[in-house]
Design a protein around this ligand. Sequence first.
Ligand code: ATP
Ligand code: MG
Length: 296
Amino acid sequence: MTELTGARLRSRGSLSDLLRVGPTVDLTEIDPRSTPGLPKKKDPKAWARERLASIGADLARYQEKLYANAKATGDPRRLLLVLQAMDCGGKDGTIKKVAGAMNPLGLHIVGFGPPTEEERAHDFLWRIRRALPEAGQVGVFNRSHYEDVLVARVDSLVPERTWQSRYWQINGFERELVNGGYTIVKVMLHISYQEQRERLLERLTDPTKYWKYNPGDVDARARWTDYQAAYNDALSRCTTDYAPWHVVPADRKWYRDWAVANIVRDALAGMDLSYPKADFDIAAERRRLEADRVPR
Ligand code: ATP
Ligand code: MG
């Protein structure tokens, strides 16, 4: 397990590059408590929290440009952040911190639970397509179509040949989205078995957190190794140059938030967004307003 320093990061490029997975993922090789790419600081937690605020301001600016282009010019581009994690992995907290920096009007946040009867009557991508963000929006998926190769595989909800065929279906689907103007950012929040236990216990200790506790989470936890294997396959088989997977060590919440915010900012920066130009005569409009009188 390696802890990469800020200096090493600079030589390798952005944090997104650093956290992007290779062609064969083995989660046991990534320490959930590590903080790759974090510069050496006296108080790294305070530093990361402070940086998050300024990255948030960048996110808001980029998001406004994305939204403005769709409104003004019909630009089809949009961003989709896909978040996956084991229970208590911190998806909700990450959404609060990262998406929370953006204008709610331009956000489209969707969580996926067990499919309803209607959803089960359709292909697994049916409900996903219906939940996609519109042009100009930033979409966030709290769980996603990847559940159909994770829980569906581990709990044998479908025969093996069905979930096996889903990896290439997912790749084809994401290719289609990218061709249509989507930028897809996929992030797996990687927590340790021990950290999950702490967080589940916390939910049982604090009455304001009982509502978050689901006894079924302990059953899923018992199949931790199967889930990690399913994650390794999903990440390895569905990381593509057009929609790469990132693994963010997530035992430390302050690192997780900082890292995800960075990855999203890198993606928005890569879209080369600018404010749309006026499609009207600015000087003429100004003259009209200056000559303006209260109507009688
Ligand atoms: P937390 O991480 O805080 O526990 P959560 O994401 O688990 O939050 P819940 O509403 O507790 O939110 O759980 C959603 C549940 O839905 C998960 O157990 C997940 O496995 C399940 N689920 C999501 N998609 C599918 C799917 N396609 N098939 C079967 N189960 C699914
Ligand atoms: Mg849960």
